[in-house]
Design a binder for this molecule. Structure first.
Ligand SMILES: [Zn+2]
Length: 269
């Protein structure tokens, strides 16, 4: 009979030390300590994995990544893959105007051999206002888009946690980023931490919620994408895609999504 392994994971982060002891995934104990922050951001880098006490190979995790097909979530997928994790790319079809992003997510998964699943979510009542156009990067940072859907991320995260528990996964990853989205309340570290606490209380199978890009700027995220061999044409960031003859789409180059994306790729040094 194989001897059950005992692994201990200690992740010193810029947010707080995070410790987990696993015993064949039967039980998990998390010890959390005071949370100093860096630049007001509490984040949890994921560049360290569990190591067996006997010096064995690091333990790959099972990770569910919420993957829209945009820059941030696509980088999360490749980073997880790069770190050797077993992962599921999870998408959501909620009647979004930019449904073309789902095709980009699938193409990325096909290219890198990642399992993909898409949940169909009932259509939101769309915000009655048109999305902004031609805002500069500072305006975008200061005020959310008119297309912001309150509660959308929370619903997606609930579904992702449910899927993760069903798969006995260890973590859910999100491509949230607060540096270039300070006006979005559900892209902040406080929201992610509160959500994780809620799910810990509300389930008997706690799942760690991670936002590994939380404290990165968009140009830094684009730079990481480029390190993985991705280009602007491998991800979709436009909120107002224009359909061309033949069924293909082009970016509008005036919405907030295009503004942030253009800024990110152009600022790569
Ligand atoms: Zn656009």
């Amino acid at each position: 009979m194989p001897v059950p392994w005992l692994a201990i994971e200690v992740i010193p982060t810029c947010g707080f030390p995070y410790a987990r002891i696993s015993h064949r995934r039967i039980w998990k104990i998390r010890a959390r300590f005071a949370r100093p922050t860096v630049g007001g951001v509490s984040c949890k880098p994921l560049n360290q994995q569990a190591k067996c006490l006997d010096g064995g190979e690091p333990r790959p995790m099972k990770v569910v990544v919420c993957h829209s097909g945009g820059l941030d979530s696509s980088v999360c997928v490749i980073r997880a893959l790069n770190q050797g994790h077993e992962l599921l790319s999870l998408g959501f079809n909620y009647g979004q105007r930019a449904r073309i992003e789902l095709r980009y997510a699938k193409n990325l998964c096909d290219r890198f051999g990642v399992e993909r699943k898409v949940f169909r979510v009932p259509r939101w009542s769309r915000p009655p206002r048109e999305t902004h156009r031609d805002r500069d990067i500072e305006e975008i940072r200061q005020r959310p888009s008119r297309g912001f859907l309150p509660g959308r991320n929370a619903i997606f995260m609930c579904l992702a946690v449910t899927e993760a528990i069903g798969r006995d996964a260890d973590e859910v990853w999100l491509g949230l980023n607060c540096i270039d989205s300070p006006g979005y309340p559900d892209c902040q570290p406080a929201f992610v931490e509160a959500f994780e606490r809620m799910m810990t209380v509300g389930t008997d199978h706690p799942i760690a919620i991670r936002a590994p890009l939380m404290d990165l700027s968009k140009p830094n995220i684009a730079a990481e994408a480029r390190e993985y061999g991705l280009t602007r044409d491998d991800v979709w960031s436009c909120y107002r895609p224009r359909r061309k003859r033949g069924g293909s789409y082009e970016r509008c180059n005036s919405c907030d999504g295009c503004g942030v994306s253009n800024h990110a790729w152009e600022m790569i040094v």
